[in-house]
Write a protein that binds this ligand. Structure first.
Ligand code: ZN
Length: 378
């Protein structure tokens, strides 16, 4: 297998790298912008994503399987063509949604039986089905189908679940290889990331990391975090797992998180991130800025003629004031959400650029401390 991840520079444990994909090179560390249903919630288009310098879009297997269905997307040429986005796309496996959204689920060795959260229809999804759906979507990177365990969970349950997740990963790999060799597959170079699980039990996490490393996948994710444990527990797990994952593959921390979480995880060797937080916060008028967070609904912004963030180069800050956006929220104009989501996603993408520069310059620790102090108003 040709080399896809190149480690360009290490600063402490923080990694500055490059990941080659069939849809272009990803500069890491990277934040993936979450477009669950092939669109960023808040009326942000793929054209907007280019303007706010998004590198990777993330879409959701479970949701797209239900609506419009992966078969429809395949007929329309795959996700890239469907949503008019020519850069990398990562699709999650559907596992997290099956375990968090679906009703009446039954986990068996072959996979999970559950009812659709939309119309209650009975559905089965196992490793093979997840790979088939993601192959139909033709994303750049597919995620392995795993069980996402809630925290806290009893040790015996976690142990049995992780063993099954390993067996599922082997099946994912076999099925992905088969699909990539089929003549009518849209993306025959689809990549597969495995997912480390094990709750907050470090020994189970480490054992699992070693097992999945043997499978020589394109990348590795740390899953099952940010689901109920404390930040300190999360950082302990990352500290324990990262040294047992291969250095020549990217590491993805799933579903994380706040700007501070991202800095802490980069400092522990993580390369890929995704989170609904910037878009979700933006839709409620909560915006990130150089001194932390502010809420535009607050009365004190009624006459505030400054942009959200004075130094920000995003399309929102270059053109509109806090007072105007506050008015749009009060008047329930859709534009309010759009402008705030654009700003928040730009803030995240720019943060990652600054992180990459700091690692290249060998001053990441200092950069991290300065940012944390600024955001916490120290
Ligand atoms: Zn801005």
């Amino acid at each position: 297998m040709s080399k896809k991840y190149t480690l360009l520079k290490k600063d402490g444990k923080a990694r500055r790298g490059q990941f080659e994909t069939p849809h272009g090179t990803i500069q890491t560390p990277v934040f993936m912008n979450v477009g669950t249903l092939a669109a960023i919630k808040g009326a942000v288009s793929s054209m907007d994503l280019k303007e706010i310098r998004c590198q990777v879009e993330l879409s959701n297997t479970y949701h797209l399987h239900l609506r419009p269905s992966d078969k429809v997307v395949k007929k329309l040429g795959g996700l890239h063509q469907f949503m008019n986005w020519d850069r990398p796309i990562l699709t999650d496996s559907g596992g997290f949604q099956v375990f968090s959204l679906a009703k009446m689920r039954k986990i068996k060795e072959e996979g999970v039986y559950f009812n659709s959260h939309i119309d209650g229809k009975k559905i089965f999804m196992g490793p093979e089905e997840s790979m088939q759906i993601q192959s139909n979507l033709a994303s750049t990177i597919a995620m392995a189908f795993d069980e996402c365990i809630e925290n806290p969970a009893p040790r015996e349950y976690v142990e049995r679940s992780v063993e099954r997740t390993t067996r599922w990963l082997e099946r994912c790999k076999t099925e992905m290889d088969r699909l990539n060799s089929m003549p009518d597959t849209i993306n025959k170079e689809q990549m597969l990331f495995g997912i480390n699980q094990g709750g907050v039990y470090e020994d189970i996490r480490i054992r699992h990391a070693k097992e999945i490393t043997k499978m020589d996948l394109d990348g590795y994710a740390i899953g099952g975090l940010a689901v109920g444990e404390t930040h300190e527990e999360m950082y302990k797990v990352i500290d324990a797992v990262v040294p047992h994952l291969p250095e020549d593959k990217p590491i993805y921390l799933m579903g994380v998180g706040t700007p501070s979480n991202i800095l802490e995880a980069v400092d522990r060797g993580v390369d890929f991130f995704d989170c609904v937080l910037p878009a979700r916060n933006g839709r409620h008028g909560n915006v990130f800025f150089s001194e932390g967070k502010l809420n535009l609904m607050n009365a004190k912004y009624e006459l505030d003629n400054r942009p959200i963030d004075e130094g920000c180069e995003c399309p929102t800050c270059k053109n509109y004031t806090r007072a105007y956006i506050r008015h749009l929220f009060k008047a329930k104009e859709m534009l309010a959400m759009r402008l705030c989501v654009l700003h928040n996603l730009y803030f995240y993408n720019k943060l990652m650029e600054d992180i990459r520069d700091a690692i290249e310059g060998g001053c990441f620790k200092q950069f991290k401390e300065e940012k944390l102090a600024q955001w916490e108003g120290r």
